[in-house]
Design a protein. Structure first.
Length: 181
């Protein structure tokens, strides 16, 4: 069974540094997710000084603003309106999981979506509370046996909190990894 590792960071800049380091460590953009409150129309996204910033900005335009930098490279950037919580920006596999039926789970909101993804209820409620306070959730899908240690070291290097490993129960599987019998 596949797993993901999740953490909370206090700001988008730190989330971008984690995403950059995960990329450098071999994690693909398809395996990284970010979820954050959309408090300013995404104007507070930091911008990468590389040549991809304009493409990142265009990719995120549908999410409510100019999304650039490292987060602009992630797959599937979109806006979510979560009842009782307000607008959020999501990127990566977490967008599909939270956009689907999981959001309507028994607990509801982000906690319900995270529970649907395999996060224990207690931890899911903690993550939701931290997100309500303006923090950012970052997760990485673990493909190999060493991925968890690598991601945890990156999270810890950037002073992430609430680091947790969970199964990917509600995250859609990639077709390229499906086995043909």
């Amino acid at each position: 069974m596949s797993k993901s590792i999740l953490c909370i960071v206090p700001d988008v800049l730190r989330a971008e540094m984690i995403v950059r380091d995960l990329n450098h460590a071999g994690f693909s953009n398809d395996d990284i997710s970010v979820l954050l409150p959309d408090r300013t129309g995404t104007r507070d996204f930091a911008h990468e000084h590389g040549t991809k910033a304009p493409e990142g900005a265009l990719a995120g335009a549908g999410a409510g603003g100019a999304v650039g930098g490292t987060l602009g490279w992630l797959a599937g950037i979109g806006a979510l309106a979560i009842p009782g919580l307000g607008p959020f920006i999501a990127a990566g596999p977490i967008l599909a999981a939270l956009s689907g039926a999981a959001v309507g789970a028994a607990v509801g909101g982000i906690a319900g979506g995270l529970i649907g993804m395999g996060v224990p209820e207690y931890e899911a409620k903690q993550y939701e509370g931290k997100l309500k306070e303006g923090n950012v959730l970052v997760s990485a899908h673990l493909r190999g046996s060493d991925d968890g240690d690598t991601a945890r070291a990156i999270f810890e290097r950037h002073h992430a909190e609430s680091i947790s490993v969970t199964t990917d129960a509600g995250v859609p599987a990639k077709s390229k990894h499906a086995q043909v019998s």
